[in-house]
Write a protein that binds this ligand. Structure first.
Ligand code: UD1
Length: 422
């Protein structure tokens, strides 16, 4: 297994370019199942999760070409089943449920099972498909759904679920009649998917609000489109500049997607300038601690909570971080403590007292964003940090060690776990 070896203490300086958004690219690639012609998607990031979704789609009969620009056609659907092997690897595989049902009238998709950041059920996806008139059964760990044609309905999500909103939008755009999605997710990735679906001929309005209206159409046609930049990757590099006291231009991102983070980073004392195709972030020697509460968009993203915890660990005061989206998402805290962080966890609340300096240690990645937080901690720590299980980071960050090295970080991937140092 690969590991990352980091020698901390270098200030990050320079310009980093942000890749396409993983969480937008995944549903957009899946949406190709709704048409039978060649779709072209640009700005697709080179990530393990993208390879997983391509493998899943190939298994369903898709022809796929290209890497950063991907062409996909599913002339005929060869199978309506997503196996446990693939869904277990990546929960977002559940996204094929809605499109398969809409196009083929049936789908069999494995339940994702538990994961490191909590139970993450898919009950809201299933209930909404039933509201659209599908017969849905849970059998042998699989969701089995069928419907000759889905019917528009008024659907209320108890919680604004991101992939749930995406799944049901894809199902409803080929349904008969109009669907209302109430308490829908407002994330930029949902908006990007709506742009793609409307480009295919769907009739969806209200994207970016909590009420999405979908007028069903009889068929959709292929589309050519570009995926939005990854706001979580951008945010991670902004926090990296802060934790190292650096000066970094984060290029090619969309600052309007990052309001919640920009606001918090300014409160820590960082200088942030927007313009010229990106965001310039300058770290401050003295870091003021801030409190954070994660919320659905446009609130502070849970996907940047772990990185902020690392940052707040080296602040001047103390912070309270409240995780309201995934209540068990604090696995990184115990690893940060191994590096000298002072963190106490009670339920979904973390109290962090700044220690001014972290110390390099051997730590283990437990999930995607936890691994990003440990890399940031390693960049700021004294001495050597060794991060194992880096396959987690490869799911969602394109060449993170190369991008960080180009900014002056002392970080290297070691393929052979026996190898020592850099
Ligand atoms: C997506 C993102 C993930 C991000 C998360 C929250 C993708 C591929 N992943 O995940 O990176 O951290 O949004 O911003 O886009 N819930 C239920 N029942 C359901 C569905 C969700 O109770 O059927 C709960 C979840 O347990 C969680 C909350 O709703 O507490 C929000 O989860 P959700 O928005 O669905 O997350 P994902 O779409 O899985």
């Amino acid at each position: 297994m690969d590991k990352m070896v980091i020698y901390g203490g270098e200030k990050l300086l320079g310009d980093v370019r942000i890749s396409g958004a993983k969480n937008a690219a995944l549903p957009i690639i899946v949406s190709s199942l709704l048409t039978d012609g060649w779709n072209t998607f640009h700005n697709i990031p080179d990530l393990a999760d993208i390879r997983t979704i391509k493998k899943l789609l190939r298994g369903l009969g898709a022809e796929i070409e290209g890497e950063s620009s991907v062409r996909i056609r599913t002339g005929e659907i060869a199978s309506c089943e997503a196996s446990y092997d693939l869904v277990r690897k990546m929960r977002a595989s559940i996204l094929v449920l809605g499109p398969l049902l809409a196009r083929m009238g049936r789908a069999r998709v494995s339940l994702p099972g538990g994961c490191a950041i909590g139970d993450r059920p898919v009950n809201l996806h299933i209930k909404a498909l039933a509201d659209l008139g599908a017969e849905v059964e849970l059998r042998d760990g699989y969701v089995e759904a069928k419907a000759s044609r889905l019917k528009g309905a008024s659907i209320y999500f108890d919680i604004p679920t991101v992939t749930g909103t995406e799944n049901i939008m894809m199902a409803a755009c080929l349904a008969k009649g109009t669907t209302l999605l109430k308490n829908a997710a407002r994330e930029p990735e949902v908006v990007n998917l709506v742009e793609v679906l409307n480009g295919m001929g769907a009739k969806i309005s209200g994207a970016g609000t909590d009420m999405i209206i979908i007028e069903g159409v009889d068929s959709l046609h292929p589309v050519e489109t570009t995926v939005i930049p990854d706001r979580i990757e951008a945010g991670t590099f902004m926090i990296a500049a802060g934790i190292t006291g650096g000066n970094v231009k984060v290029s090619g991102c969309d600052p309007s997607h990052l309001d919640a983070l920009i606001n918090k980073l300014r409160d820590t004392g960082m200088e942030i300038t927007i313009g010229d195709g990106g965001i310039r972030v300058k770290g401050n020697k003295e870091i003021t601690n801030v409190d954070i509460k994660t919320l659905p968009y446009p609130g502070f993203p849970t996907d940047l909570q772990a990185q902020m915890m690392a940052f707040m660990s080296v602040g001047m005061g103390s912070s309270v971080i409240t995780e309201t989206v995934f209540e068990k998402r604090f696995m990184h805290a115990s690893e940060l403590k191994r590096m000298g962080a002072d963190i106490q966890i009670k339920g979904n609340i973390a109290l962090i007292r700044g220690v001014l300096k972290l110390k390099g240690a051997q730590v283990m990645a437990t999930d995607l964003r936890a691994s990003a937080s440990l890399i940031l901690a390693g960049l700021a720590a004294e001495g050597k940090t060794e991060l194992s299980r880096v396959y987690h980071i490869d799911r969602g960050y394109q060449q993170i060690e190369k991008k960080l090295s180009a900014l002056g970080a002392n970080i290297k991937r070691v393929v052979n776990t026996q190898a020592e140092g850099i």
